[in-house]
Write a protein that binds this ligand. Structure first.
Ligand code: MTE
Ligand code: MO
Length: 312
């Protein structure tokens, strides 16, 4: 199917045939769920369970992967504390079943998806992506997920949908870090619609062939590899289509330091430190940070004509 830009297809123009096809795919998904073809059962969908039927993706890097241990013990997930080892130590309290994701706002087909339905929505792919934290470290992570565009097309955004807002679970009972006020909860991120529709933008449900560990944002998180890591919001419960640019958590916390776009850019320093270099976790010497984290050939055209010093 063609990737359609948002707004091109108002809900009123969806043909009965398309609806039929969607419904058929949905039923097939339900059948697979019942038969346990992909994930076995909800009990199997715990961190560490193998994901099967994952296909390779052309959007993948041929670069040495960061070891599993580092990917899963050196994390930022302030809902579980601000230390790098806090998420792996504390995220056991997060309950990832049952789990729903609400699709809301400027869409022809809003709705609430059960996570196990979402997992059947599109074929799962492995995407090895370079990830760069605004703090100056980077990793190479083999994510498993599917393009966000697949979910967006299904939601049939209206012509008013110019941005997408992503919201993390808000539950201090399961997320002890939310009892502290380091950030405003829930964690909110946002993308412009064309960024959200870009084929590199995925919803990840696994890594290293396995169901996503809680500390990495189980059961479903955003991954946007050309932007600083904080754009890739974890443990999503809500995806909202809006007309106005969302006020993200980090912009609210420190607007001079964190802009809406947050594209990896070695030429625009953070007010308190340089962004020219980075430390790849596991390596000793620093590397040069690449424009758009090395994905410029794929994404630079999204920002043509924009002053990236201003829209940082
Ligand atoms: N909900 C939520 N999402 C979040 C964060 C967070 O604190 N809360 N931290 C962000 C930051 S700063 C980074 S670098 C990445 C880290 O992802 P990883 O731990 O899977 O490598 O998650 C991002 N997503
Ligand atoms: Mo980060």
């Amino acid at each position: 199917m063609l990737i359609r830009q948002s707004g091109d297809v108002p809900a009123s123009e969806i043909t009965p045939r398309e609806i039929y096809r969607e419904r058929r795919r949905f039923m097939q998904g339900m059948g697979a769920l019942a038969a346990g073809a992909l994930l076995g059962s909800a009990a199997d969908a715990q961190a560490g369970a193998r994901l099967t039927g994952v296909r390779a993706s052309p959007y993948t890097l041929n670069e040495e992967k960061t070891p599993y241990r580092d990917v899963t013990t050196y994390n930022n997930f302030y809902e579980f504390g601000t230390g790098k080892s806090d998420p792996s130590e504390n995220a056991g309290s997060l309950k990832t079943r049952p789990w729903t994701v609400a699709i809301e706002g400027e869409v022809g087909r809003p709705g609430t998806y059960d996570i196990d339905t979402l997992l059947k929505l599109a074929p799962l792919e492995e995407r090895v992506y370079r990830m760069r934290c605004v703090e100056g470290w980077s990793m190479v992570i083999p994510w498993i997920g599917f393009p966000l565009s697949q979910l967006i097309r299904r939601a049939a955004p209206t012509g008013n949908a110019r941005y997408v807002e992503f919201v993390t679970l808000d539950d201090p009972g399961q997320m002890p870090g939310q009892r502290s006020h380091v950030l405003d909860w829930p964690y909110v991120e946002g993308l412009r619609m064309d960024e959200a529709m870009h084929p590199l933008t995925i919803l990840a449900v696994g890594l290293y062939g396995e169901v996503l560990p809680n500390q990495n944002g189980a059961p479903i998180r955003l991954v946007v590899p050309w932007k600083y890591g904080f754009k890739s919001a974890k443990s999503l419960v809500r995806i909202r289509f809006v007309e106005k640019q969302p006020l993200t958590t980090w912009m609210r916390a420190a607007p001079r330091e964190y802009g809406f776009y947050s594209n990896v850019n070695p030429h625009v320093d953070h007010p308190r430190w340089s962004q020219a270099k980075e430390r790849r976790i596991g390596e000793f010497f620093k590397r040069d940070t690449l424009m758009f984290n090395g994905y410029g050939a794929q994404v630079a055209q999204l920002y043509r004509g924009m002053d990236l010093q201003r829209y940082f």
